[in-house]
Ligand binder design. Structure first.
Ligand code: ZN
Ligand code: ZN
Length: 366
């Protein structure tokens, strides 16, 4: 496979709903979900390039081995171009100086230039950070996109604005659309089977022009462009990652996208045997002999969220809502650097081709 990377730029406001409006307020996500990009490209291929739709397995829902295009969530770019990830919920950062606090410390032991100890407390941070935060040990946030709120008054059929409120029998109260401003930049990554990469890159650009992403597209929202697209052999990427992972066998896997672990119809919220089984299935499909195991002290930090399934084959529509593991949840495991690097690239669990299940690796117990 190949890793394709690039930059997505918002050419208009973007509204990326999570399906949860609060009253008349419709919030946007601050990143572009992989499922949204998959929906954009998949719908385009289904309509205009049916050969490639079939050949790419973009409509695949379950079979890991048949997923030839795997999308990732596109997070806001960080200042130095490093990867943006979800902060681990297990980590506390100093309230004053932002230093990463070791697990067993209750006060920050960083000294200022006069040698005075900081001594402030730590607190948890749930949100997006630069992966460099773990080498500098200081919380570094990416450039979060600026957002705006636009108030729309519904227009009646005869082009007059709302004639009255709910009391008069008109459910036409104004509503408020939150959006990401034009100009926002996101780092784009996806995996593509060898031989399909030229056609898929071509289709990304075409689908962005014809379709766009997110809500209110008829009002001019949702236009994106892809820039600086480049590809690398996935094996080279894995080998390079592997070389940077210390050989200590303990590691922390942090979910940087929601992770779906399903056994039949039951969704498992937590890291147990099913998690290990799904991880080892990925390694097997990737042709890696190594397996991973839960470490003796798994100490998991887990939150819950809702993932949205999206059927390309059945009308390009929402197919299911799946309770699943939230971003920033983490598990402590034992694994070889090769296995860790492979999981870092592919992710773990169901619907990894939607961008779900993406993880990153931190050495040791974090
Ligand atoms: Zn401090
Ligand atoms: Zn210390």
């Amino acid at each position: 496979m190949k890793l394709i990377e690039g930059i997505i730029t918002a050419a208009s406001p973007l509204h990326l709903g999570d399906g949860q409006s609060r009253g008349t307020f419709m919030p946007t996500l601050q990143y572009i979900p992989g499922r949204t990009l998959r929906g954009m490209v998949g719908y385009y291929l289904f309509k205009y390039k049916n050969d490639l739709f079939t050949k790419s397995g973009i409509g695949e829902e379950d079979n890991l081995g048949k997923m030839k295009v795997i999308f990732r969530n596109a997070y806001p770019v960080s200042k130095d171009g490093s990867r943006t990830v979800a902060a681990p919920l297990s980590v506390r950062w100093c309230k004053k100086c932002g230093h990463q606090m070791p697990h067993d410390h209750s006060e920050c032991d960083v000294r200022d230039k006069n040698g005075r100890l900081c001594l402030h407390e730590g607190k948890k941070y749930s949100g997006l950070i630069s992966v460099n935060s773990f080498s500098s040990h200081i919380l570094e946030r990416p450039d979060m996109p600026s957002r705006s709120i636009e108030t729309k008054c519904p227009i009646t059929r005869d082009r007059h604005s709302s004639p009255g409120g709910k009391e008069q029998g008109f459910d036409l109260s104004p509503y408020h659309i939150e959006s990401i401003d034009a100009g926002a930049k996101f780092s784009f990554r996806m995996l593509v089977e060898d031989g399909l990469e030229r056609e898929i890159i071509e289709s990304l650009n075409e689908a962005a022009v014809i379709g766009g992403i997110g809500g209110f597209r008829s009002r001019g929202y949702g236009i994106i462009t892809f820039g600086n697209l480049r590809s690398a052999f996935l094996n080279d990427v894995i080998r390079e990652k592997e070389s940077r992972i210390p050989k200590s066998d303990k590691a922390t896997l942090v979910a940087t996208a929601p992770m779906i672990l399903k056994n039949g119809n039951i969704s498992r919220i937590g890291f147990d045997d099913l998690f290990i089984q799904r991880a080892n299935e990925v390694l097997q499909v990737a042709g890696i002999q190594d397996t991973i195991a839960l470490s003796e002290d798994p100490d998991p930090h887990v939150t819950t969220t809702i993932a949205r399934g999206w059927s390309l084959k059945y009308g390009n529509s929402l197919s299911e809502l799946i309770p699943c593991i939230g971003m920033g949840s983490s598990a402590n495991i034992t694994a070889t650097p090769r296995a860790l690097a492979t999981l870092d690239v592919f992710g773990i669990g169901e619907k990894i081709n939607y961008g779900y299940g993406e993880i990153y690796v931190l050495p040791g117990v974090v």
